[in-house]
Design a protein around this ligand. Sequence first.
Ligand code: GDP
Ligand code: MG
Length: 162
Amino acid sequence: SLPIVALVGRPNVGKSTIFNRIIKSRVAIVEDEPGVTRDRIYSKAEWMGHEFILIDTGGITLDSGEIDEQIKAQAEIAIDEADVIVMLGDVTNHLTSMDETIAKMLYRTKKPVILAVNKADNPEQRNDIYDFYSLGFGDPIPVSGSHGTGVGDLLDTIVAQF
Ligand code: GDP
Ligand code: MG
């Protein structure tokens, strides 16, 4: 079976944007009605001949529960289901307590955790990612879901874990 890669992170960091960039070449976005797109949660993806299943855990929501509970449930799913976990941060909001809460959950897993910091759209922002070192997942990888920069480096790092 294919390796499973899960994207985790607080709302609005750009998980769905990165998800769509990674799967873009393989599947069309699901459209229920004209002009309405619905976020996909799972997709097959491929990089440099390595196929894998990508999960956008942000699309998995409980029927009820506060935002914190939703995010914790999403991190639990990543810990249980994934072979490789990608935690996403957002450089424009720096490191938040919610990022720290997610990181603390991920410390419990022995699975590889890759830290990527999104919205690093320009060189100055790429220099601002170092706050995220304190999470303890090693070198953060700067990415821009909007521009696509850094996504190849992230994918190289992901497939190196398989
Ligand atoms: P999610 O809640 O983590 O799935 O985040 P989304 O993918 O829905 O993105 C949240 C917002 O951030 C949207 O308005 C995106 O257009 C924006 N966004 C995503 N990636 C980038 C990026 O690389 N740079 C900038 N400037 N905005 C981004
Ligand atoms: Mg989303």
